[in-house]
Ligand binder design. Structure first.
Ligand code: NAD
Length: 371
C-alpha cells in the first residue's frame, strides 16, 4: 500500500489532489492506537481537506463512514477520525464481520462547503487508496452524496443504487434486541411491559426503537431538539416528553441514548436514575473512566459499538460476495443479544467494566486473525 502512493505528491499529473501519509505526524495525538495508516488528501482548487484514518485491515478492508464537519482545528478533526476508526475496528470484529476499521473526516461545513467538485476530489482520494478503505454515510454525508461518490469510485457502501440502502432500521433492531438482553441480565426477564425507557433522540434510529418498545408495552419518556418529533411520539406512542438534559435524570429503568456521543460523563452519570444504559449513539462514554463510574454506580452499560452494530452488519452484507442477502443480515443482528450477554457475564466474572471486556474481546479476535 505504501508503494501505491507517494507522500506529498499529486496522485497523477491530471489532478490537483495531493495525498500524504501523515501517520508518523499524528502518532502523538490522543486517539492514536497503533493505526496502520493515516492519510491526508488536499485539493485547494476543489476545496477538499480530508483525513482517512485506517486503524486495522487485519480482518478485511477498513470500513467506516465519512464525517463532513467543520472541526475546531485540524488536530480535532484527526483525533475524531482516529477515535472513530478504532471504534469501527472493534465494532466489526465483535460483530464477526470480515472488515477492518476506518473512518474519514472532511474538514468542511456540510451546509455550505460541500460541492460536487469537492466530492469528486474525495472520490479520487478513495480510488487512490485502492480498496484499503471503504466509506459510508456519517454526519454531514447523505445517501445522495454516497450515490454521487459511487458513480466515481467502487469504495463506497450503503448507497441506494444496488447497495444495502438505509442501515438505520437494522441499527434500531439490534439496539432493541440488545436492550432486551440487558434487561434480561439485570432483572431475569426481558418482558418490556410497563418497563420505563428514556430515549434521547428521535431520529432514524431513536424513532424506530421507540416504535418497537411501544409495541411491547414499554412506557416511554423522550426528548429531541425537534418539537414536532416529540409531539408525534406523544400521539403515536403515548410518550412523555422532557427538555434537554432532563432526559438523563428521567425516572426510568433504562436510558437509551440515540442522539449524541459523550453523553455519559462525570457530570451526567450521578444524575442517572436508570439502572441500565442501552442505546444506539456512538461514543457514549466521554472517557474510559466513565465506564468505571457506571459500574461503580451499579449501572449496567451495553457497550455502544456492540449494541449498535446492526447498521454495519447491513452494510457489510453488500461487500465481498456482492450479493446482498437480508436473511443473513437478520441472522447476524440476532446474535447481538448473545454477544452482549457474554460481555455482561465476563465483566461480572473478571470484575471489569463491560466496555473494557468488549475491547479485550475485539482485540482477541483481531489478534487471532493476525497469527
Ligand atoms: P439522526 O440524525 O437521524 O437523529 C438524531 C436525532 O437526535 C435527531 O432527531 C436530533 O434532533 C436529535 N438530537 C440531537 N441532539 C440532541 C440532543 N442534545 N438532545 C435530544 N435530541 C437530540 O441520527 P441517527 O441515524 O438516528 O443516529 C443516532 C445515533 O446513533 C448517532 O449517535 C449515530 O452515530 C448512532 N448510530 C447510528 C447508526 C445508523 O444506522 N443510523 C448506526 C450506528 C450508530
Amino acid at each position: 500500500m505504501q508503494n501505491a502512493l507517494k507522500s506529498r505528491q499529486a496522485v497523477s499529473a491530471a489532478t490537483t489532489l495531493e495525498i500524504s501519509d501523515i501517520t508518523a505526524e499524528v502518532a502523538s495525538l490522543p486517539g492514536f492506537d497503533a493505526h496502520e495508516q493515516v492519510w491526508l488528501g488536499r485539493d485547494a482548487e476543489r476545496g477538499l481537506e480530508a483525513i482517512v484514518a485506517i486503524h486495522t485491515t487485519t480482518l478485511g478492508p477498513a470500513l467506516g463512514g465519512t464525517r463532513i464537519w467543520p472541526h475546531a482545528s485540524f488536530e480535532a478533526g484527526v483525533t475524531d477520525a482516529l477515535r472513530l476508526s478504532r471504534g469501527m475496528s472493534f465494532k466489526s470484529a465483535i460483530a464477526g464481520l470480515a472488515l477492518g476499521g476506518g473512518k474519514a473526516v472532511i474538514m468542511a461545513d456540510p451546509r455550505k462547503d460541500k460541492t460536487p467538485d469537492m466530492l469528486a476530489a474525495y472520490a479520487e482520494m478513495l480510488n487512490a487508496l485502492v480498496g484499503q478503505y471503504i466509506t459510508a454515510e456519517d454526519v454531514g454525508m447523505t445517501l445522495a452524496d454516497a450515490d454521487f461518490l459511487a458513480e466515481r469510485t467502487p469504495n463506497v457502501s450503503g448507497t441506494t443504487k444496488g447497495g444495502s440502502g438505509n442501515p438505520s432500521p437494522f441499527t434500531a433492531l439490534g439496539t432493541f434486541v440488545g436492550l432486551k438482553a440487558a434487561l434480561q441480565h439485570r432483572t431475569g426477564s426481558d418482558d418490556l411491559k410497563g418497563v420505563r425507557v428514556a430515549v434521547q433522540g428521535l431520529g432514524s434510529v431513536g424513532w424506530a426503537l421507540c416504535a418497537r418498545l411501544h409495541a411491547e408495552g414499554a412506557v416511554l419518556t423522550v426528548c429531541d431538539l425537534d418539537d414536532a418529533r416529540t409531539e408525534r411520539a406523544a400521539q403515536e406512542f403515548g410518550a412523555t416528553s422532557v427538555e434537554g438534559p432532563a432526559i438523563i435524570a428521567a425516572d426510568a429503568d433504562i436510558f437509551a441514548p440515540c442522539a449524541l456521543g459523550g453523553v455519559l460523563s462525570a457530570q451526567t452519570i450521578p444524575l442517572l436514575r436508570a439502572k441500565i444504559v442501552a442505546g444506539a449513539a456512538n461514543n457514549q462514554l466521554a472517557t474510559a473512566a466513565d465506564g468505571e463510574r457506571l459500574r461503580d454506580t451499579g449501572i449496567l452499560y451495553a457497550p455502544d459499538y456492540v449494541i449498535n452494530a446492526g447498521g454495519v452488519i447491513n452494510v457489510a452484507a453488500e461487500i465481498g460476495s456482492g450479493r446482498y442477502n437480508v436473511d443473513g443480515v437478520m441472522d447476524r443482528v440476532g446474535r447481538i443479544p448473545a454477544t452482549l450477554t457474554r460481555i455482561f457475564e465476563r465483566a461480572h466474572q473478571e470484575g471489569r467494566t463491560t466496555d473494557a471486556v468488549a475491547e479485550v474481546m475485539a482485540r482477541e479476535i483481531i489478534e487471532a486473525a493476525r497469527r
